[in-house]
Design a protein. Structure first.
Length: 294
């Protein structure tokens, strides 16, 4: 009697069904936040925010930033589906020569250049490497067809992030002098895994004492730094903490474990909990004071 082909198979099938069901449930939970944010640019996004790509556009939400296949391997973010802007066009904050910036600044890169591939205004938001379906792959970028719904500036292509006029902050441009510095050493530098090798709060000396000391944890064998906030659990890395990003290209920096401030240090692109995707509410300048001692 083929006993393996009766109840055990049913049980296997039932188990697979439970796994698939759990996966779908997990997917729904994971995408529940972004569906109601301005980062939902799909043709299903019109009901939750005023700007989306309709007729036909796509029902896919994640595809405007991520793809399961053919992603840009130069991006320091997961499976990035957009063409990264070259490093040359950016004018960064340190070019102002301010005496208060005491940390070294790397070229625009890491997760910040991924954010800027939408927000520097050099390409429309419906340009991606791999469009939904088959046959829509082009490493140089493909414009997804559709009718843009929402205000747009007459001076820029429909679908660009310059909608609402040339002064809309969502298009920050390539001149970053009037924006918080990115790629800058946290606390002016002096922090790395050589000087701090335990999963605790940094207790050493930094080049700038006017900063709250970051915490370090080890994930997948690599050091990960963050600044704890009053939201959530103390000493536990959470999405509501200010994230720092390790880089190995900071001029005169501490090497591969050098923690730097990037766009995603303060902004979480997947949540609508706070305006402008801030990781915590900025009541009483809480975002600023999470890092700066003032």
């Amino acid at each position: 009697m083929n006993t393996w082909n009766s109840k055990p198979v049913f049980r296997i099938g039932k188990a697979i069904g439970l796994i698939l069901g759990a996966s779908v449930l997990s997917l729904n939970v994971a995408t529940a936040a972004i569906t109601v944010t301005k980062h939902n640019l799909s043709n299903a996004g019109l009901g939750t925010q005023a700007n989306s790509l309709q007729s036909p556009g796509t029902e896919a939400i994640c595809v405007f930033c991520h793809t399961p296949h053919g992603a840009d391997t130069n991006a320091a973010v997961p499976l990035w589906n957009r063409v990264l802007t070259g490093l040359g066009p950016y004018t960064t904050y340190d070019s102002l020569g301010t005496s208060s910036l005491d940390g070294s600044v790397a070229a625009v890169g890491s997760v910040s250049i991924a954010c800027l591939s939408c927000h520097d205004g050099t390409q429309a938001m419906n340009v991606m490497i791999n469009t939904p379906g088959s046959g829509g792959y082009d490493p140089a970028g493909v414009t997804l067809s559709g009718t843009w719904v929402g205000p747009a500036s007459a001076a820029t292509p429909v679908g660009s992030l310059n909608y609402g006029g040339t002064t809309n902050i969502v298009n920050i441009g390539t001149d970053l002098q009037n924006d918080h510095p990115v790629g800058v050493q946290y606390a002016g530098g002096g922090i790395n895994a050589t000087t701090h090798t335990t999963d605790t709060q940094f207790a050493g000396t930094t080049n700038d004492a006017d900063f709250n000391m970051p915490w370090r944890v080890t994930l997948n064998g690599a050091p990960v730094w963050y600044v704890d906030t009053a939201v959530g659990s103390a000493g536990v890395r959470e999405k509501t903490d200010m994230q720092l990003y390790t880089r190995n290209d900071v001029p005169g920096g501490g090497g591969v474990d050098e923690p730097t401030v990037e766009c995603a240090s303060c902004h979480n692109p997947h949540t609508s909990d706070n305006p402008t995707f801030l990781r915590i509410a900025n009541t009483g300048s809480a975002v600023c004071l999470a890092c700066h001692v003032k």
